[in-house]
Design a protein around this ligand. Structure first.
Ligand code: IVH
Length: 692
């Protein structure tokens, strides 16, 4: 087995190699999962992993629980064993007052309990996001993960070690300098994107979906079959400690909570970027507001923030009341789930004809906005949840995801008698009356009306006019409804034939606004190929794909005429996208739309196709090490890749050049040993210039 690695010594005994591999893979896991900066390509990682698996297959007696191969899951349990927590897992007092006073009251209480008068300086806190997952205690002995336990009742939890091992972000082995006994506490959670993808998969398979990220995470952690748990992507944030070797016995002695968190980070645990030191009540209030404003944009769910007194000495002085520390509080955000009543179920038609059942709701304030509509996704899901008119339901709005109906609250007998009908999807499009069909193996019904369907036309126009496409400022939903419903326009090119008088004649349209739209239309004519291509609304062609297509082909005609095979040459274009593009441009009316748009003056710069001849640095592998004088590592990498070169994380005989800056370490030594050419930044620039 060949690897390109730093420590590769082919003649080392297999047991030594096995240990090297474990260490390297642990380090790569840390870089990938915790630091989010992988240093080797996936393929190389897979090679190391396979080599380790092969060695372990030959020496099963050498398989240890902390081996990276033990992350894949497989064991099945009858039930979880109970674990007594060496140090109880506490909970935190919750402050539900979602105003500034929530933070101010906590600070006032802390100051009172510490006997600080008004003249005393502000108390130092650590403010953290309150992650919406489940608490976990990870016990390491001699640096090896030996037990992972849920909180349970705080005294006794469940042993979920085999499931927790499958979480890439949780280190199985720690650096040599950690205390002999170390319990790290934190939250296991599921990122929103992982949750959405998981539910999408469940839906496609006709399986039950998960209600929210917390339930999905809890369900995965409590899977008796660790093979299933391994397929549910979980993440972890550390926020505290349990039992730790005491300082007298050589353990660490931290002065502050913040210092402890920084150390956990160094030891390889993920600590949230949002963690921050806050001085006094005013900083706590500011933190609450800042994180609250970021809440929707975060990649994971949080249900509030947590304030903790930073000094561990002060924490000890304050102590606990009924299992809750007096030095911490959870300050909650407005709930992301609320109860409301279903007033009706509508069916909406999307740009590609997809029919979506949408529950019309009695207005309810949830996740910071008033919600009146919530998606039911598709017929199967609406039926599985059995949502009917008159039902009381839980609605959820998390992040910028469309609000959805989570479940029906079990109706009382009285309510049962008054429930509406079971939902069925109409077999004709509710907008244009064309047949609605559900293809074999698909979850969605689609209107077959195409551009005959005014709903699809409206959506197509809005898609074209959006900011990320050609951008027609001011052309919103209301105006498009008026234009299409009033038969003022039918197709995209009609937009550009709109005169000032036609616009000004619309209901509630001031002359000034009409003038603005005309100007916005004029401005939108100067666009770019990726924007135009994306704006056409070809199924499966998103912004990124449009960019790749434009870069590869250089001009629209080449794209319109490309065969599926030629399309497959483009980065990120697979068979589904290629087929969809062909299907679109094979329809004469779509080509007609393109021609008419061009005739109306919509233009973009076109260029020759990207060179198909090999790029100057193609086939060359670079390793960057140390600090370069002017380029950041990412910039150097981008330059090399743009010229067709590869950037690897470690030096081997296959490395063409090592680009070394100041403080270049072992990689430079290795390059010298192997006789690999070394460049400085100027040398790299010259190489790039030479070839351009
Ligand atoms: S500290 C002694 N910090 O919220 C304090 N908890 O009861 C122990 N949680 O069960 C908890 N984010 O699962 C702490 N940054 C954070 C947290 C956090 C979420 C959870 C934790 C705990 C519950 C509060």
């Amino acid at each position: 087995m060949q690897t390109q690695d730093l420590f590769n010594t082919p003649d080392a005994p297999e047991t030594t190699r096995l240990e090297q591999l474990k260490q390297q893979i642990h380090e790569h896991d840390r870089r990938y999962y915790v630091l989010d900066e992988p240093s080797i390509p996936d393929a190389e990682y897979d090679r190391l992993f396979k080599e380790l698996q092969a060695l372990e297959a030959r020496h099963p007696e050498l398989i240890t629980p902390d081996s990276p191969t033990q992350r894949v899951g497989g064991g099945v349990l009858d039930q979880f064993a109970s674990v007594r927590h060496a140090v109880p897992m506490l909970s935190i007092r919750t402050e539900t007052d979602s105003e500034a006073s929530g933070a101010q009251n906590f600070d006032a209480r802390v100051r009172r309990e510490l006997g600080l008068d008004e003249s005393a300086p502000p108390v130092e806190y650590v403010a953290e996001p309150k992650f919406d997952g489940l608490a976990m205690s990870l016990r390491y002995e001699q640096g090896v993960l030996v037990k992972a336990a849920t909180r349970g009742d705080g005294e006794m939890g469940e042993d979920v070690t085999q499931n927790i091992r499958t979480i890439g972000q949780i280190p199985l082995r720690l650096p040599p300098d950690v205390p002999p006994v170390l319990e790290v506490r934190g939250e296991v959670y599921m990122r929103r994107a992982d949750f959405e993808a998981l539910n999408e998969k469940q839906r496609a398979k006709g399986l039950k979906t998960f209600v929210n990220t917390r339930n999905a995470a809890a369900g995965a952690v409590r899977q008796l079959d660790s093979g299933i748990a391994a397929q549910r992507p979980l993440s972890f944030f550390a926020y505290g400690l349990g039992e730790v070797t005491p300082p007298e016995a050589g353990g660490p002695s931290f002065a502050t909570h913040h210092e402890m968190l920084q150390t956990l980070k160094i030891w390889g645990f993920p600590v949230a970027a949002g963690v921050s030191i806050a001085l006094g009540a005013s900083d706590l209030v500011a933190y609450y507001q800042t994180i609250g404003a970021q809440r929707d944009a975060l990649p994971y769910d949080i249900d509030g923030v947590v304030y903790k007194v930073n000094s561990l000495a002060l924490q000890r002085r304050m102590g606990f009341v009924t299992r809750e520390p007096r030095w911490a509080v959870a300050h909650k955000f407005p709930a992301q789930e609320q109860l409301t009543v279903v007033l009706g179920i509508d069916v909406q038609v999307g740009r590609t004809g997809k029919l979506t059942p949408v529950a019309k709701l009695a207005p309810v304030f949830v996740g910071g906005v008033t919600v009146t509509n919530a998606t039911l996704h598709n017929e199967d899901e609406a039926r599985r949840k059995d949502v009917r008119v008159g039902d009381t339901v839980i609605v959820r709005r998390a992040g910028d995801v469309i609000p959805e109906v989570v479940s029906v609250v079990v109706p009382t007998n009285a309510a049962l008698a008054q429930r509406g009908e079971v939902f069925t999807m109409p077999r004709v499009c509710p907008v244009c009356g064309s047949a609605a069909v559900r293809e074999e193996g698909e979850a969605d019904y689609r209107c077959t009306g195409g551009l005959f369907c005014s709903a699809q036309r409206k959506q197509a126009i809005l898609h074209f006019a959006q900011r990320r496409a050609v951008e027609v400022e001011g052309l919103g939903e209301k105006l498009v409804d008026q234009l299409v419903d009033g038969n003022v326009i039918r197709t995209l090119p009609d937009l550009y034939r709109l005169g000032l008088s036609a616009l000004a004649a619309l209901d509630r349209m001031a002359d000034k606004s009409a003038q603005n739209i005309v100007e916005a239309l004029e401005k939108s004519k100067q666009t770019t190929l990726p924007r135009f291509l994306f704006g056409l609304g070809i199924r499966h062609v998103g912004e990124a794909t449009a960019k790749e297509l434009a870069r590869h082909f250089g001009n629209l005609d080449a794209i319109m005429d490309a065969t599926e095979e030629q399309l497959l040459q483009v980065n990120d274009v697979g068979p589904i996208v290629a087929k969809s593009l062909r299907l679109f441009f094979d329809q004469p009316h779509n080509r007609e739309v393109v021609e008419q748009l061009r005739a109306c003056g919509v233009t973009w710069p076109e260029g020759p196709p990207a060179p198909v001849t090999p790029q100057p640095l193609s086939g060359k592998t670079f390793v960057i090490t140390g600090t370069l004088p002017t380029l950041s590592r990412d910039e150097a990498k981008a330059l090399i890749e743009a010229a067709g070169g590869k950037v690897a994380g470690s030096v081997s005989k296959k490395t063409t050049f090592v680009v070394a800056g100041t403080e270049a370490g072992s990689k430079l030594t290795k390059a010298q040993e192997l006789g690999v050419a070394v460049l400085d930044e100027a040398g790299l620039q010259e190489l790039l210039n030479d070839h351009s």
